[in-house]
Design a protein around this ligand. Structure first.
Ligand code: B12
Length: 299
């Protein structure tokens, strides 16, 4: 499976393990090698580095810790890795009516476990949230079933995020949905991505009142405030939102993303609020933030 996921042969993976110790899989009870998400991602990273001319000897000398750090700052998820896993999503939705809870969770857990988690977020969890939300909006599923699936997707994101080390010296990034915005999963995904890129994440969730947001920023002095906007607002409401955010963006760097933000790109240009139109743009922005924070630490 790992050979398939990485495009490396089994022999190469075993040699790298034996000779360089860059990946050290654990053994299951039946003696199969078990690789963590990070190890699969690292193998892919090594392969891409070698395609760009690096040698495995030099990479091994650099050491796993530095390679993993570099991997997180240089690899956005590729376009191929962002495509929704449509067949799996169809199968999952098929298990909801009548509800086969065990079958649904077995299938979802199995699918998420065999690919790097960041890819699972993009190809499975976010599209699943969209699909299930659409079914609810069309009146085709009960709100309880929607809540069940939404909570599972959210729990997965949080449980993986909570296992990441808190980088208290990383750039401070506050993530929330402002007052009136209750669609949460985009913000959660952003929080997860920021945490994996070494940021010190403050995740404040949906529908956060403007005054509370501003007050919290005064306490933590964020290096970046990231707001998720899913609902597309009519012009007057969008202008009102930007008016509410103006005092905040005058004091702190603020960026917005999500389909609601993309729809008001023109208005954003008039105020000091940056638009990050997708997760690749977010990745680049976080990299800039990281290098600025490293430069500041060195000087
Ligand atoms: C899922 C969903 C729900 C779920 C929300 C679950 C939850 N707790 O979050 C449920 C079913 C509960 C729901 C309810 C409502 N919903 Co709803 N919902 C959706 C749906 C299907 C998907 C939205 C979503 O979660 N997308 C997932 C995110 C991940 O995708 P995204 O927003 O495109 O974001 C991507 C990027 O832009 C990026 N991103 C997101 N945020 C950020 C931030 C930054 C900084 C960056 C860099 C990137 C980034 O990440 C994503 C990566 O691909 C949309 C329709 C649609 N297909 O979009 C309607 C939709 C957003 N809902 C809508 C509405 C009106 C509502 C309700 C107000 C309806 C009502 N009358 O009660 C309620 C209230 C909200 C609530 N939470 O109760 C409308 C909004 C209308 C509009 N003007 O835009 C929509 C568009 C449906 C429609 N066609 O009318 N909804």
């Amino acid at each position: 499976m790992v050979a398939k996921l990485t495009g490396l042969s089994k022999d190469v993976i075993r040699v790298w393990e034996r000779r360089y110790g860059l990946v050290v899989p654990s053994r299951s009870s039946n003696r199969y090698r078990e690789y963590s998400d990070e190890e699969v991602a690292l193998l892919r990273f090594l392969k891409s580095q070698m395609e760009q001319g690096a040698t495995i000897g030099a990479l091994a000398e650099e050491g796993r810790e530095s390679l993993v750090a570099r991997m997180h700052v240089t690899t956005p998820v590729s376009a191929e890795e962002q495509k929704p896993h449509e067949r799996l999503l169809d199968d999952l939705l098929g298990l909801l009516d009548p509800l086969d809870k065990a079958g649904f969770e077995r299938k979802l857990n199995g699918a998420v476990a065999v690919i790097p988690f960041e890819e699972a977020v993009q190809r499975i969890l976010l599209p699943l949230q969209r699909r299930i939300g659409e079914l609810w909006h069309q009146g085709r599923i009960n709100v309880a079933v929607e809540h069940y699936v939404t909570k599972i997707a959210q729990q997965k994101l949080f449980s993986v995020m909570n296992q990441l080390p808190v980088n208290e010296f990383g750039p401070r990034v506050l993530i929330a949905c402002p007052e009136g915005e209750t669609h949460e999963i985009g913000a959660q995904a952003v929080a997860y991505l920021a945490a994996t890129r070494g940021c010190h994440v403050y995740y404040l969730g949906p529908n956060l009142p403007f005054a509370a947001l501003s007050d919290f920023c005064d306490r933590i002095h964020p290096d970046l405030v990231l707001l998720s906007l899913t609902e597309i607002k009519p012009d007057a409401a969008a202008r009102q939102l930007l008016k509410e955010l103006a005092p905040l963006s005058a004091r702190w760097p603020v960026a917005v993303g999500g389909q609601g933000a993309c729809a008001i790109g023109d208005l954003l240009r008039e105020v000091k609020i940056e638009l990050l139109d997708d997760l690749t743009a977010l990745h680049s922005r976080l990299m800039l933030l990281q290098s600025a924070s490293m430069r500041a630490a060195r000087s």
